[in-house]
Ligand binder design. Structure first.
Ligand code: FES
Length: 157
C-alpha cells in the first residue's frame, strides 16, 4: 500500500482552485461586458425646445441674445417675431450682435450679417438659420432650434 504524499494533495488542490478561479473570473468578466452591451449607449444633449418668456417682455424693434441656446430672438417694430441661430454658417463659430451698428458679426473670419440673418460680407456662404418660434396656448414663446423655417417666416402675436 502506498500512502499519498500530503504535499502532492496540496499542490493538486492548488491547481484545481487556480483553474476554477480563472474560470470564475472569466465568466464574471464576460457577464459584466454582456450587461454593459445591454445598456443603451445614449448621448444626452440639452433639449432643443425651450421657453423664451412672454411676448410682452420683448420691446418692438429689439433683438435679444440667448447665449446659452445660441439664438437671437428678434421682435420687429410692428410686433412680429422671428428667431435666428447665432451659429455662423461658415465654420460654426458663435456670432455676436453689435448693437451700435445693428449687425451680427462672426469673430472668427469676419462674416457680417444683417438683422434678418442675410450675409452682408463673407466668407459665410449662407444666411443665418431661421428657426421655429411659436406661441403656446398660455401665451409663452417657444423656440425649437432643431426646426428650420423659411427665411420669411414670422410669428405674429
Ligand atoms: S466661422 Fe464665421 S466667418 Fe468663419
Amino acid at each position: 500500500m502506498s500512502e499519498r504524499d500530503p504535499k502532492l494533495i496540496k499542490r493538486r488542490e492548488f491547481i484545481w482552485n487556480l483553474g476554477f478561479g480563472s474560470i470564475g473570473i472569466s465568466i464574471g468578466g464576460a457577464s459584466i461586458l454582456s450587461l454593459q452591451y445591454l445598456k443603451p449607449n445614449v448621448l444626452f444633449e440639452a433639449p432643443t425646445k425651450f421657453k423664451a418668456g412672454r411676448s410682452e417682455e420683448y420691446q418692438p424693434g429689439s433683438i435679444t441674445v440667448n447665449v446659452e441656446r445660441k439664438v437671437y430672438i428678434v421682435r420687429k417694430k410692428e410686433g412680429s417675431f422671428y428667431a435666428l441661430s447665432s451659429v455662423c454658417t461658415h465654420l460654426g463659430c458663435i456670432t455676436n450682435y453689435q448693437s451700435a451698428v445693428k449687425r451680427i458679426a462672426c469673430p472668427c473670419h469676419g462674416s457680417l450679417f444683417d438683422l434678418e440673418g442675410n450675409v452682408l460680407s463673407g466668407p459665410a456662404p449662407r444666411s443665418l438659420k431661421r428657426i421655429l418660434i411659436e406661441q403656446n396656448d398660455r401665451g409663452v414663446l417657444v423656440v425649437d432650434t432643431s426646426v428650420d423655417v423659411s427665411e420669411d417666416y414670422v410669428l405674429r402675436v
